[in-house]
Design a protein around this ligand. Structure first.
Ligand code: FE
Ligand code: ZN
Ligand code: FE
Length: 198
């Protein structure tokens, strides 16, 4: 389809998102099954229900626009899910694997946040108020899903994984040297990509 107007572009972007979300509906049960931490499993199961609602929201939007949501394959999501599946198949420590699965899942959420952000801006600037409202609901759900993954990683999974420096994770240490080390390592931990809290 030729991109002659911003409306054409909005429709193309929404088709890409529709493909991304439907791919994710198929992948999330596998990610839940592959996760070990009960909180992580639950996060994936809950996000599956949300993702199904997000698909319905997009269908509603396409109905408003009088267009079909089909006809495009989101290669970005396909690639991200290929990587996530690879992580599920890895051997090793359960907590390290969970941390890896979270890193993959956060890539997915960030991709969606970027895509919904652009579509929301286009819809708003085109004056599609109702469509913009629906897109904003989904965008906020994606941001919350990303936040929850950060919390599970920081407060549960990473702490339990072997090879982590206890000082960096706020373990009790009364010595002056320990406090100094703690300060240094926790600022490093904040910069780590898995802990990308906003
Ligand atoms: Fe989504
Ligand atoms: Zn895509
Ligand atoms: Fe999502």
């Amino acid at each position: 389809m030729a991109l002659d107007t911003m409306q054409d572009l909005l429709i193309e972007e929404l088709k890409d998102l529709y493909s991304a979300e439907t791919q994710l509906v198929k992948a999330l049960p596998k990610m839940a099954k592959g996760a070990t931490a009960p909180s992580l499993r639950k996060a994936f199961e809950d996000h599956l229900v949300q993702t199904q609602e997000q698909v319905s929201r997009l269908e509603e939007i396409f109905e408003t626009l009088g267009k079909s949501p089909k006809g495009k394959k989101c290669k970005g999501m396909e690639g991200l899910l290929e990587e996530a599946t690879g992580m599920l198949e890895e051997e090793g420590d359960e907590n390290v694997k969970d941390a890896g699965i979270i890193a993959s899942a956060q890539r997915v959420e960030h991709y969606e946040i970027a895509a919904y952000g652009s579509s929301l801006a286009f819809a708003t600037q085109l004056g599609h108020t109702e469509i913009a409202e629906l897109l904003e609901i989904t965008l906020n759900e994606e941001k919350e899903a990303d936040q929850l993954l950060s919390t599970i990683a920081e407060e549960e999974v990473n702490i339990a994984a072997p090879g982590m420096v206890a000082d960096a994770m706020g373990e009790d240490d009364d010595s002056a040297e320990g406090t100094k080390k703690k300060a240094a390592s926790s600022s490093a931990a904040k910069k780590s990509p898995t802990n990308n809290k906003k």
